[in-house]
Design a protein around this ligand. Structure first.
Ligand code: TYD
Length: 210
């Protein structure tokens, strides 16, 4: 049986990942394919520790946070209840809101980037995505979107940090350009325009492999 595809969405906080993952899910379902939507950090107990740190309730070192995200990602792949690997094995596509590229860009601004990349890319239980779609939005637009949708801001959600994270994302994409399938989509457009691009990219991924 043909394996499912792992499709990851990345972007700064407020880049519209929630909207675009939901629209792609609908599209793939309409094609009659089996697909599921998931996200990181997960709902596991490690995910809980991570959210506590993101909210600023418990301060965690960047290396500690990198290791927690990595542990959560292994769980996300291998857990027998709803792990990514078993969906892919059953031919089900998986759409994932954030994955290791976020660890590289977010933890990689404080922890050693090479090390963060190594622990994730070198772990055989962490599946390499078939596609990563980066929703690119400028810092000002993200900041406005965060303002209009949230009461509290998480530790990374300030303009100066988001600027560094955005630069890190691009540095990482350059480094990975020979080994990973990464597509950058201009997301400072209408929801429909962005979604059309996303669908086009998904369609070409399916054609490539069929
Ligand atoms: P986010 O997609 O904003 O989820 P929510 O809408 O539920 O807040 O992700 C939560 C935060 O986690 C976001 O600021 C990015 C951060 N993050 C990392 O720092 N490293 C990682 O490896 C992942 C997956 C997320």
């Amino acid at each position: 049986m043909e394996k499912g595809k792992l499709i990851v969405f990345e972007g700064l906080d407020g880049s519209g990942k929630g909207t675009q993952t939901a629209l792609l899910l609908q599209y793939v379902q309409k094609l009659g394919r089996r697909v599921c939507l998931t996200a990181e950090p997960t709902a596991s107990s490690t995910g809980g520790i991570i959210r506590d740190a993101l909210g600023g309730f418990t301060k965690r070192d960047a290396y500690e946070l990198s290791a927690l995200f990595m542990a959560d990602r292994v769980f996300h792949n291998v857990n027998p209840k709803n792990g990514i690997k078993q969906y892919l094995e059953k031919g089900i596509d998986v759409i994932c809101d954030r994955y290791y590229y976020s660890s590289f860009a977010y933890q990689g601004i404080d922890a050693d980037l090479d090390w963060v990349m190594q622990i994730n890319l070198g772990c055989k239980e962490i599946t390499k995505p078939d596609l990563c779609i980066f929703l690119d939005v400028d810092i000002e637009s993200c900041d406005e979107r965060i303002d209009s949708s949230r009461l509290d801001r998480e530790i990374y959600e300030n303009k100066e940090t988001q600027k560094r994270i955005r630069e890190r994302f691009f540095e990482v994409f350059k480094r990975l350009s020979g080994s990973e399938n990464i597509k950058i989509v201009n997301a400072v457009r209408s929801i429909e325009e962005v979604s059309e691009d996303v669908i086009r990219i998904y369609d070409s991924l399916r054609q490539d492999k069929n």
